[in-house]
Ligand binder design. Structure first.
Ligand code: MIC
Ligand code: SF4
Length: 645
């Protein structure tokens, strides 16, 4: 039986387990990336493992999230990461060099290689045929030390693309259509693999938009074939030698299939507050817009920016709109400047932000009160923009420009262009890697110091799992709770990413202001969630802050992949209701207990006693041997320190 692309790369990197969907597999990791908001913790964890040097083929530390320096904290974290990268053998991408995923695609990604990154949009690398997966910082730290990365062997969903996109319909609309079809949890347990004649009509940046936002389906990752288009892109980046073709075998088998007819696709838009709330742009036409943002790791490539410039050229944005443009990398910004397209953007009245995540993570440019913001980004969870009552919509660059010009939501086919102005990717990109600082060689590194500012606090205490747990149900939440609800980001909170005691004061405050205080007072506690608990980002702080506050278990109808792994890594048990209806029986404040946890880990069943109500509820769990050992050790760090992997 033939293999698909995902299976081929997994097979080449398989260190343990069998490739049977649902089984645990250990993968050899070729490359890692971190960004600053998750990186400080990842390097603290790496240091705690006492490994002198990274053991991957390539590891890169990026600074792109915490770019506002309105106090010493972010600058201290940048210094810490830079000095750690220098000493431990990583390349360091300076602040201003660009968003990790965009820069990695341009300068480092290699078809057929494995990459894990402490950021959920690491699958961007799937645009050039990498197996690129988002993970918690601790998993990345272990991989940097040469350890395997463990996942559940995914099923592979074939996304068959037929036909060719029409003008003003874009790669963003393809991924929005995927989200419309399968929703924000439809990809859980799957890799999305793109096939069909439509694939060859898409450039690498377009493919990367699609694999990037595939994260919003909950998929393990997404992957495109590596073909002539990939080779051309790598050659234009001066890296043609790393090209390798990759295609599915003719008789490859998939675990499911969806089809998208590119010819009949329409411009789409995801409505507040979920990337899965997708409708056609036309159905919302006329709605007044306050803000438009172009950028983020989803749509900040040179190709995207050139299209934006071409549509804005000689025009002026509407008076009621404030528009920002953040190019994805120094390369993109330099090339836009060199060809004059940047002037077209500025002349139209847009405001330029630096090459980084910026408004996507609430690092500045928050909308006005109740503001309607159209963004080319990938997430629109409530409050993520920094303005609690803002209405954030996700769109393509073309739809973003249409709104900026007219002042209201507008289908880009209705702004008076007969055809989309032609934009071509250059035959060679302008290559200038001054934004990357190389590490010290091994000898020099021995004496190099790592610089730690006062904001950097150690990893929180761990708690080995006991056989019994008695704790209060401290919080009960509903469906689709994102890590932005659990551990908010934004300019105010992000500077404390290396200070768990401090950042914990913001934990769950988006849902319940009293949570941190109540949890701390309770000593130990349990959280109950519904479907898709922990969707969204890879931030392990969404597990570390609850750990610090005393949370010992999360019981949900279902959990998102990266967050469930982060909970286990932190030594917190993720459990599910055997019967989802039982969720209704629990009430916040109930005293709960579970006994015989170790036996339950073996059978996959535990009984939860609600002591307040005098009822019993059946819970399910499915921990691998390794996960059981991690929980018993009090988390992955302790487990790894004990010499296990
Ligand atoms: C995000 O898009 O939510 C982030 C911010 O990039 C996160 C990482 C983080 O919280 O630092 C992610 O996607 O993993
Ligand atoms: Fe940065 Fe936004 Fe991309 Fe996350 S989704 S890496 S915050 S640009």
């Amino acid at each position: 039986m033939g293999l698909n692309i995902a299976q081929k790369i997994i097979k080449e990197h398989l260190l343990s387990g069998t490739m049977v969907p649902g089984e645990e597999i250990g993968l050899r990791i070729d490359q890692t990336l971190t960004q600053d908001a998750t990186g400080t913790m990842a390097y603290l964890e790496f240091e705690a493992m006492n490994i002198p040097r990274v053991r991957t083929e390539l590891s890169v530390a990026y600074i792109d999230h915490n770019m506002l320096q309105s106090g010493f904290e972010n600058a201290d974290d940048h210094r810490y990461i830079q000095s750690a990268a220098h000493k431990y053998g990583l390349r360091f991408s300076r602040p201003g060099n660009g968003i990790c995923h965009q820069v990695h695609l341009e300068r480092f990604g290699i078809p057929g290689k494995t990459l894990i990154g402490s950021d959920s949009h690491t699958p961007t690398g799937g645009g050039i045929g990498m197996l690129a997966i988002g993970a918690g910082g601790l998993d990345v730290a272990v991989a940097m030390g040469g350890g395997a990365y463990y996942i559940t062997m995914p099923r592979v969903l074939r996304v068959d693309l037929t036909g060719r996109l029409r003008d003003f319909v874009t790669a963003k609309d393809i991924i929005l259509e995927v989200l419309r079809q399968i929703g924000v949890k439809g990809g859980v347990g799957y890799i999305l693999e793109y096939t069909g004649e439509g694939v060859k009509t898409l450039s690498v940046p377009e493919r990367a938009t699609i694999t990037n936002m595939g994260a919003e389906t909950g998929a393990t990752t997404s992957v495109f074939p590596s073909d002539g288009v990939t080779e051309q892109f790598l050659t234009a980046q001066g890296r043609g030698e790393v090209y390798r073709p990759l295609a599915a075998d003719a008789d490859a088998v998939y675990d499911g299939e969806i089809e998208i007819d590119l010819d009949s696709l329409e411009p789409l838009i995801a409505c507040p507050h979920s990337p899965g709330n997708v409708v056609t742009v036309r159905s919302l036409a006329g709605k007044k817009v306050d803000q438009v943002c172009v950028g983020s790791c989803t749509n900040s490539s040179l190709y995207d920016m050139l299209k934006v410039a071409a549509l804005l050229k000689g025009r002026v944005i509407a008076d009621n709109v404030s528009m920002s443009v953040s190019p994805g990398s120094k390369q993109v910004l330099s090339m836009l400047t060199e060809c004059g397209a940047f002037t077209d953007i500025l002349s139209a009245g847009a405001r330029v932000l630096e090459c980084g995540c910026g408004p996507c993570i609430g690092m500045g440019f928050s909308p006005n009160s109740g503001g309607v913001s159209l963004r080319t980004f990938n997430r629109n969870f409530e409050g993520r923009s920094g303005t609690k009552d803002a209405q954030v919509y996700l769109v393509s660059p073309e739809t973003a420009v249409a709104a900026a010009l007219t002042g209201c939501i507008t289908d880009p086919r209705d702004i008076g262009f007969d055809r989309m102005p032609q934009t071509k990717l250059p035959e060679t990109f302008s290559i200038n890697d001054t934004g990357i600082i190389m590490p010290l060689d091994e000898d020099a590194a021995k004496d190099a110091a790592v610089m730690r500012g006062p904001n950097i606090k150690p990893y929180p205490d761990s708690y080995p799992q006991d056989d019994d747990l008695r704790a209060e149900l401290i919080l009960k939440v509903g469906d689709n709770i994102s890590t932005d609800h659990i551990m908010p980001a934004g300019a105010r909170v992000l500077p404390f990413r290396s200070n768990v005691p401090k950042i914990s004061q913001f934990c769950f405050t988006a849902v319940d202001e009293t949570f941190p205080e109540r949890a701390k007072a309770a000593g130990r506690s349990i959280i109950a969630g519904a479907y898709n608990y922990g969707q969204g980002s890879s931030r392990e702080h969404a597990a570390l802050a609850p750990l610090y506050l005393g949370v010992r278990a999360v019981i949900a109808k279902s959990l998102a992949r990266i967050h469930a792994a982060n909970l286990i890594n932190a030594g917190i048990m993720p459990l599910t209701f055997a019967d989802p209806e039982d969720y209704e029986k629990l009430e916040q404040g109930d005293m709960l207990s579970i006994s015989g946890i170790f036996a339950g880990m073996e059978t996959g069943e535990m009984i939860l006693k609600d002591e307040t109500k005098g009822t019993e509820i059946k819970l399910s769990c499915s921990f691998t041997e390794r996960q059981k050992a991690i929980l018993k050790a009090g988390g992955l760090l302790e487990y790894t320190k004990n010499g296990q992997n």
